[in-house]
Design a protein around this ligand. Structure first.
Ligand code: ADP
Ligand code: ADP
Length: 209
């Protein structure tokens, strides 16, 4: 299974990816997680990524594309992968297409998780993650256990200002990849509002269509 999860910031891509990769036994490749790991490592590249991410802007294509293409050509992706957060621009979608054609493989599905704009701010601002397990919590909808509360991380770009900018970027730069995948006949739309378990079932259903 070679698939992509697309959706606005806070749509639930990471939450759903964690459930689906267990089911399909494929690596979860989140460009955001890869970039945050680089920022945490304090490298020169990490410093550059941090500047773009903190403000809610996108990391430029010329930086993003080689990092992700390298990752999906590693041996653990030979039987498939779940991309989360890539591609996010039309040039990224075209670069992925080109690389996959060259490798003689094809995408099976692009799942678009649809959530109305007015729900996204609350989802992102109250998001917390556990650096030890990588688990994603929400202070209102998926509260963390009290004993790990002190170690939870609040992302630097999960502020009202940065989320507003990220939503705008999504509509301006990411939404144009949707017709690209519609034309290929592999776009699957899923309603991302409701209980996360119900959404997982919706995704499984569209994937088996
Ligand atoms: P979310 O899950 O809320 O959509 P991500 O973790 O996917 O956020 O991404 C966080 C930030 O990392 C983005 O706002 C952007 O700055 C950067 N980023 C992640 N993936 C990409 C990408 N494919 N292209 C450009 N920037 C990216
Ligand atoms: P994305 O990767 O698309 O940015 P996340 O999976 O990190 O989104 O989810 C964003 C926030 O919303 C997290 O705090 C998560 O716990 C919460 N969340 C995820 N799915 C749902 C849902 N179906 N209903 C309510 N909150 C959700």
């Amino acid at each position: 299974m070679r698939m992509i999860l697309v959706g606005p910031p806070g749509a639930g891509k990471g939450t759903q990816a964690a459930r689906l990769v267990e089911l399909f036994n494929i690596p979860h490749i989140s460009s955001g997680d890869m970039f945050r790991a680089e920022v945490k490592a304090g490298t020169e590249l990490g410093k550059e990524l941090d500047r773009h991410m903190k403000s809610g802007g996108l990391v430029p294509d010329e930086v993003t594309i080689p990092i992700v293409l390298k990752r999906i050509t590693s041996p653990d992706c030979a039987n498939g992968f779940m991309l989360d957060g890539f591609p996010r621009t039309r040039p990224q979608a075209e670069a992925l297409d080109h690389a996959m054609t060259k490798a003689g493989v094809a995408l099976d599905a692009v799942v678009l998780i649809e959530v109305p704009d007015q729900l996204l701010e609350e989802r992102a601002v109250l998001r917390r993650s556990d650096p030890e397990t990588g688990k994603i919590y929400h202070l209102k909808y998926n509260p963390p256990p009290a004993d790990i509360a002190a170690r939870l991380v609040h992302r630097a770009d999960d502020t009202v200002e940065a989320v507003t900018k990220r939503k705008d970027k999504y509509h301006a730069e990411t939404a144009p990849i949707i017709p690209f995948y519609m034309e290929k006949g592999i776009l699957k739309r899923v309603d991302g509002v409701g209980d996360p378990d119900a959404i997982t079932e919706r995704i499984k259903a569209v994937l088996s269509d």
